[in-house]
Design a protein. Structure first.
Length: 146
């Protein structure tokens, strides 16, 4: 396999499956009566343990002040995102099968930021990207109305 194929498999398809399964646990844990604080702390503790295991396996403990700033920003955004989904499920009887296609429209936000801030526009096919973006929007609208 080429590096590109491996990157798509390891960084694309595998996370798609794992995120998909994790969304089911997200609904189940919130329906089981877990408060928002314990919910986020439990995830945080689990992520800490997984991080420690990966640090032992990878043996790369590199960190910089700048990377810490980005890690904290990522953690805040991710925590607020997961808390928002959990609130929608727990307090407003949200359906995970409708929420996931909508919140995965985050792809569009990431694409726009990647194109502009990271100058990825140099390496993409704009027509294919536009078609994919339209399909994502259509999918989100269809799921929300399902």
């Amino acid at each position: 396999m080429t590096d590109k194929q491996l990157s798509l498999l390891i960084g694309g398809f595998l996370p798609a499956i794992l995120f998909g399964v994790s969304a089911i646990f997200l609904k189940v844990v919130n329906r089981a009566g877990t408060g928002m604080g314990p919910f986020l702390m439990g995830i945080g503790l689990t992520i800490f343990i997984m991080g420690a295991l990966f640090a032992c396996w990878d043996r790369d403990l590199a960190v910089t002040n700048r990377s810490i700033m980005y890690l904290v920003a990522f953690g805040i955004m991710w925590s607020l995102s997961m808390a928002s989904v959990a609130i929608a499920i727990k307090r407003y009887n949200g359906q995970i099968s409708q929420l996931v296609p909508i919140y995965n429209m985050n792809t569009l936000v990431t694409v726009v930021i990647g194109l502009i801030a990271l100058a990825e526009w140099r390496n993409v096919h704009p027509v294919k990207l536009l078609v994919a973006s339209v399909l994502i929007c259509v999918g989100g609208v269809l799921a929300a109305n399902a």
